[in-house]
Design a protein around this ligand. Structure first.
Ligand SMILES: Cc1cc2nc3c(=O)[nH]c(=O)nc-3n(C[C@H](O)[C@H](O)[C@H](O)COP(=O)(O)OP(=O)(O)OC[C@H]3O[C@@H](n4cnc5c(N)ncnc54)[C@H](O)[C@@H]3O)c2cc1C
Length: 314
């Protein structure tokens, strides 16, 4: 499959990138590693006239200790980040999710910002235009109803960022810069809860950085996938523990990660936390695994992960 023709621009700073976006508003997209965007373009899911490459903007690639916060530039590559001393020392849940993201060749290209802003996925959507047209366009393509659950007026595509799930347990914040200035919000505030348009992001906004409160957490990440060597998560569970409180997050079973705080002793509270998540998630038959199985694996992965992390912390 060949992407439709586009112009390529390579600005040197965020201001220039935003200016270019405004010039071509509605017809431009930002590019980081391209491992999500380029396949979408080849499937005809995106047909931009202009691709604005962010890779030459040096300020977006660094990891800095800023006192109370660690600032991770959105263009930091997953492969570099998983080997970063600060990440390894302070944020083990993130280290584990980075390690579990796709495979090393994609990690060397893919960035943390692109990972957070990857679009939600569905077996009935991530297909060629020919395939999608033959079935009739679904809600996510501007159609009338869902193709995975015929007749449904809700989109059930899954948001599959491994690292968003881990970052939510670490109380991450994100910085966005766009035509109306710069703002900083909790990562959880990025999500619209609507799978067809998963992000609360204004046109032209660039994700510039991720901020993590400095803390020496213990934590981890468990992932369900068919091939351990490369696949997207069909379920992802992250857990981080700091100062007596734990945070559990469940991802890849809906349009956003589901986050719950849990208090010690975890053997008594983890079941309750999982119940809270189970009430919110509705996996359907739009991945290669049975939806009931994915749901049943939530308590299994959560229990296993919390035990493993707390055993390791002793
Ligand atoms: C075979 C395969 C397996 C994969 N497996 C996994 C997996 O296991 N886990 C997982 O989490 N992901 C997986 N991915 C998805 C993807 O490769 C990664 O999420 C990757 O980190 C995306 O980063 P990128 O820099 O390549 O993003 P890009 O493709 O460059 O961008 C992704 C999206 O974000 C937008 N964007 C990028 N950067 C910015 C920015 N700074 N500001 C505003 N908008 C921006 C782009 O316009 C695009 O819409 C997989 C992909 C493939 C092809």
């Amino acid at each position: 499959m060949i992407a439709s023709k586009f112009e390529f621009r390579s600005p040197k700073d965020v201001e220039e990138a935003v200016r270019l976006y405004r010039e071509f508003e509605g017809e431009a997209v930002y590019l980081s590693g391209g491992t999500d965007l380029v396949p979408r373009m080849k499937l005809g899911l995106e047909k931009p006239k202009v691709v604005i490459d962010l890779k030459r903007i040096a300020s977006l690639t660094t990891v800095e200790d800023q006192g109370d916060w660690i600032r991770i530039g959105a263009l930091a590559r997953i492969f570099d980040l998983k080997q970063n001393d600060i990440v390894r020392g302070e944020f083990p849940a993130l280290e584990a999710s980075l390690e579990g993201t796709s495979c090393e060749s994609l990690q060397m290209r893919g960035t943390i910002g692109g990972n957070l802003l990857q679009n939600s996925r569905c077996l009935f959507y991530n297909q060629s235009e020919f395939w999608r047209r033959s079935k009739g366009f679904c809600l996510k393509m501007g159609g009338e109803s869902c193709n995975a659950v015929p007749g449904a007026k809700t989109c059930f595509a899954n948001y599959c960022s491994d690292n968003a799930t881990a970052l939510c347990t670490l109380s991450a914040e994100i910085e966005l810069s766009g035509p109306d200035g710069t703002r900083r919000v909790n990562l959880e505030g990025l999500y619209s809860n609507k799978a067809e348009r998963p992000f609360e992001i204004q046109p032209g906004e660039i994700l510039t950085a991720i901020f993590l409160p400095k803390m020496r957490s213990v934590g981890g990440y468990e992932k369900l996938r068919v091939r351990g060597a490369i696949d997207y998560p069909l379920l992802g569970v992250a857990f981080s523990f700091v100062d007596g409180t734990g945070k559990l997050a469940v991802g890849a079973v809906g349009p956003r990660p589901y986050v719950v705080e849990i208090k010690q002793p975890f053997r008594d509270t983890v079941g309750e936390a999982v119940e809270t998540v189970l009430k919110q998630v509705k996996p359907v038959g739009n991945t290669v695994l049975d939806p009931d199985y994915r749901k049943q694996m939530i308590p299994v992965l959560a229990g296993r992960l919390v035990n493993k992390v707390m055993e390791g912390a002793k």
